[in-house]
Design a protein around this ligand. Structure first.
Ligand code: 3PY
Ligand code: MG
Length: 263
């Protein structure tokens, strides 16, 4: 298995991705044919569960868009099942300490580097057991920094061996900083982002962020992030529908009401 998104992150080439919250295989087929490097299926907040994932991942096989899964929690069962279903990387939410990060890494790596249990279902269907020889190198382990505790322990988390990147959850991070979610211009927020980018640079990690809009993704890449999501399937539908409705009402598509971004 060659994880194309991970290659880009390692080469420090910026990459954009799409966030998938809806368990619709046709939507996934369409979205991962856009010019994006990765798509993330969200089992934490997305309106999908594990059995949806077992259909979504095959639907996009063969397309050079790296499939990632945000697991619902930092548990080896969750991480192992997402990887066995064919995810090439996991985004692990609410990582608060170096121990949390070590647990996430261990769940992603086969022994001796970790303790992932051997049972590569779809991976073995697609490429046979040779998957085992490359999995530890090619599976991306991305841990989320999105709490006050995670921020306090940022340097220790970033130094954990086997972590490939830090991924910012900006909305929870606002909560962690005592800010209203979405207050991304507050100096406390921008200071936290600067610290996260610095920790990534120091430890040669990829820096990623959940972008709530195309503009936010572009600004994030310009400010030093290696990868950012450009929006969610739901936000694309909402924005497209509002633009089309606005055009149909004679207001012009550029005068559509603000789609409210986000999810
Ligand atoms: C956050 O912004 O906290 C996220 O986790 C994105 O879903
Ligand atoms: Mg979050």
């Amino acid at each position: 298995m060659l994880n194309l998104a991970l290659q880009k992150w390692r080469a420090k080439e910026p990459s954009l991705g799409i966030w998938s919250n809806l368990p619709d295989i046709h939507m996934a087929e369409v979205l991962c044919r856009m010019d994006v490097d990765w798509i993330c299926f969200d089992l934490q907040h997305g309106l999908m569960d594990y059995s949806d994932l077992t259909r979504l991942l095959p639907a996009i096989t063969g397309v050079p868009t790296t499939p990632l899964v945000r697991v619902a929690a930092n548990q080896p069962e969750q991480i192992g099942k997402a990887l066995d279903a064919g995810a090439q990387g996991v985004i692990v939410p609410m990582v608060n300490s170096a121990d949390d990060a070590r647990r996430a890494v261990a769940a992603c790596r086969y022994p001796p580097q970790g303790s992932r249990s051997c049972g590569p279902m779809r991976d073995a269907m697609l490429e046979g057991m040779s998957y085992l020889a490359t999995a530890n190198q090619q599976v991306a382990c991305l841990v989320m920094i999105e709490t006050a505790e995670g921020l306090r322990n940022l340097d220790e988390i970033a130094a954990v061996e086997g972590v490939d990147g830090l991924f910012v959850g900006p909305m929870d991070l606002c909560y962690g900083l005592g800010l209203a979610p979405g207050n991304f211009t507050d100096p406390a927020f921008t200071g936290a982002i600067a610290a996260i980018l610095k920790a990534c640079e120091k430890n040669a990690l990829a820096a990623g962020i959940f972008g709530v809009s195309g503009e936010m993704a572009a600004n994030s890449i310009a400010s030093g992030f290696d990868f950012a999501s450009i929006g969610t399937d739901i936000s694309f539908i909402r924005a497209g529908a509002l633009q089309t409705l606005s055009a149909a009402q004679g207001k012009g598509k550029d005068n559509a009401p603000n789609p409210r971004g986000g999810y």
